[in-house]
Design a protein around this ligand. Sequence first.
Ligand code: ZN
Length: 270
Amino acid sequence: MKCSKGNNNLPNTIFLYDDPSSKNLILDEIKKYLITQLGQVNVKIRKEFITFHIDPKELEEFAEKIAQCKIRNFNKSEDDFKPLFGEIRFEKQLIENPERKLTGILYEGIKLDQVFLGLIPEEELDFNNLHIVFTNRLFGTFEENDGRYHARVIICGYPSLISTSGIVEAPAKPKEYYYLKQKYSTLEIPPEVFKEEFYGRFIDYDDPRLTEVMKGYVMQSVFYHLSNDPFCEEKNCRLYNSHWQEEVLCAQIDGELCKKHNQILTKFKK
Ligand SMILES: [Zn+2]
């Protein structure tokens, strides 16, 4: 889909696809942010990606393709397996009810991206269009260096996928949080108790800061489109590749685009 150095041009149209299970995700606000940053780019807000594109006749087949992306073994990258009937039915129900909250399943991010790509109609499949899909599905990528899957917030690709569950689950919470959870693990204390203790120090489900945080991830998709390089070394740049929740807050709540990335955007701004 792309040349190795990116497209060197802003897209004409950016499509933002909603995640109806995240009530605090306000795409209108992200649209305004994009226009402020990029100038007169055409930003179109669409409903949930699968609902928007799917032909109902292909629902069953598509549900099977999604079920095939499910990670079954966290320590092994598996290519081919036949999903169970129940797994396909589950995916079908999820597609039909995208406002449903979803936890506990991790999908292979690159595969999922490929499956989503298959739904984009040909006339929208080129460098002039950037598709950014918000989803509540949690996805990960397999890391050869430690031989396991890691959950991710974003897959920069075509389309780009941004996970509203990934922002909660992927960047690690403060070390003390895990320490306390471990220390009291035998007491069956509900996770909410620990979460309260660390309130504000990480992004949680239904977090009121979700839209603000997601602006930075949308910008990562834009920079991937421009240059194939979505990340920055500066800790308070929106493009910082955060591995800790505290880094997410530093980059997305306290930060903005750094000087270097602002200058790059000025070059492209329409
Ligand atoms: Zn930067």
